[in-house]
Design a protein around this ligand. Structure first.
Ligand code: URA
Length: 440
């Protein structure tokens, strides 16, 4: 087999066989196929797309390119949730404890923040002592004991995705729906769960800017998972506005705990109820309505909050911070961003809001940057809110006052104030299951 022939075949719109895809991926991971040939292939895929069969085979090859997690030492139904990323997206901290409190096992491998989006592992590591680097035995023992655990990705999982993603990043081939589906589902299949709920975010803070693209990505990923024998569903959720009122690690942990204490902002509560009830549904615990009632009860009774405290304790963290969030340290400096005129916030460029938070130290510009857990933004006003000139629309927090000037400017530019109140967008835009798409 020659890589040249496969590139030519794909460039001309042909379909690669399973054997060709497996040969290509293993050759790339072992270094026999150079980056320049794989770059040409990625660009050919970008323009020609991939058939369902090609996408499934490539996902399977990515999943098997490194260690596969065998979750069989964990008793019960294991349900995963994956978000395609967003700003202020802290739902895992709320829904994993809800699902565990309702009897589902959540053995979750999560990522760190990169670029404008945050990562669950960074948020959890802002709790003193919390360890996301449990070995497999510790991970299984923690899930068996408390019903949930969240760890970071180990060095040996899906090396093909690591190499391919780095190459896509520098060859303008990230935003290809089949390649995103392969990348995400490759990691999900390697993580070994029985069922997977996908949260496909959509809007100015997400990879997918348009609802129809988000639906297409969701359909592809649901189909890949089903072909691999997983129970699958996807929600398309709004990321045209940051989720909740907080961006930044400690701020987001505190806001998640507010929701688990039966408070918190309405949009975040609703997102968490929609996602957790779908996780329970995938675990076969009842209809969606019954599952929603179970999730609500897990919050109301305090059972979900207790699960979060148990998880933190089992992973070496100080659970007293969960029960008393006043113990978290606060950033020493705060700067207020003011509305420049009267009107309504008609749009928030959510990616820019995320970048402003990164500029304050809450995220990383590169994989090795250090983050400041206390840095971030509290949004006082969001899309649809009325504002008066000079009124505070956001509070920025940082450990270095010099960071405020550029971050405040970036945030200010992200906010559009107009005369008319904009139409409300539903938080859950669509749901995909078994080939059917329900639009809301
Ligand atoms: N997230 C991933 O893991 N991979 C992609 O390609 C895009 C988003």
């Amino acid at each position: 087999m020659r890589m040249y022939d496969l590139i030519e075949k794909k460039r001309n719109g042909g379909e690669l066989s399973a054997e060709e895809i497996r040969w290509m991926l293993s050759g790339y991971v072992s270094g026999k196929i150079p980056d320049y040939q794989m770059s040409a292939m990625l660009m050919a895929i970008f323009f020609r797309g991939m058939t369902d069969e090609e996408t499934s085979v490539m996902t399977d090859a990515v999943a098997r390119s490194g260690d596969m997690m065998d979750l069989s030492p964990i008793a019960g139904v294991k349900v995963d949730k994956h978000s395609t990323g967003g700003v202020g997206d802290k739902t895992t901290l709320v829904i994993a404890p809800i699902a565990a409190a309702c009897g589902v096992k959540v053995a979750k491998v999560s990522g760190r923040g990169l670029g404008h989006t945050g990562g669950t592992v960074d948020k959890l590591e802002s709790i003193p002592g919390f360890r996301a680097d449990l070995n497999r035995e510790e991970f299984f023992a923690a899930v068996n004991k408390t019903g949930l655990a969240v760890i970071g990705q180990s060095g040996n999982m899906t090396p093909a995705d690591k190499k391919l993603y780095a190459l896509r990043d520098v060859t303008a081939t990230v935003d290809s729906i089949p390649l995103i589906a392969v990348s995400i589902m490759g990691k999900k299949l390697a993580a070994g769960n029985d069922a997977i709920l996908l949260d496909v975010t959509c809007g100015s803070g997400a990879f997918m800017k348009k609802t129809e693209d988000a639906v297409e990505l969701a359909k592809k990923m649901v189909q890949i998972g089903q072909r691999a024998g997983k129970r699958m569903a996807a929600l398309i959720t709004d990321m045209d506005t940051p989720l909740g009122h907080c961006i930044g690690n400690i701020l987001e942990v505190k806001e998640s705990i507010e929701v688990l204490k039966d408070g918190g902002p309405e949009d975040l509560r609703e997102a968490c109820l929609a996602l957790s009830s779908n996780m329970l549904y995938l675990a076969d615990l009842g209809t969606l309505e019954e599952c929603r009632a179970m999730a609500q009860e897990a919050i109301r009774s305090g059972a979900a909050l207790q699960r979060l405290a148990d998880m933190v304790e089992a992973q070496g963290g100080d659970s007293s911070y969960v029960l008393d969030t006043g113990k978290f340290s606060e950033a020493p400096y705060c700067e207020e961003v003011k509305a420049q005129k009267d009107g309504f916030i008609t749009h928030m460029d959510t990616e820019s809001c995320g970048i402003a938070s990164v500029m304050l130290g809450a995220g990383r510009e590169t994989v090795d940057s250090a983050i400041d857990p206390a840095a971030g933004i509290i949004l006082q006003k969001k899309t649809g809110d009325a504002v008066k000139q000079g009124e505070t629309i956001a509070k920025l927090y940082a450990s270095d006052q010099k960071l405020f000037a550029t971050a405040a400017e970036r945030y200010q530019k992200a906010i559009v104030i107009g005369e008319e109140k904009p139409a409300e967008r539903p938080l859950v835009l669509a749901r995909v299951e078994k080939g059917a798409v329900e639009m809301f």
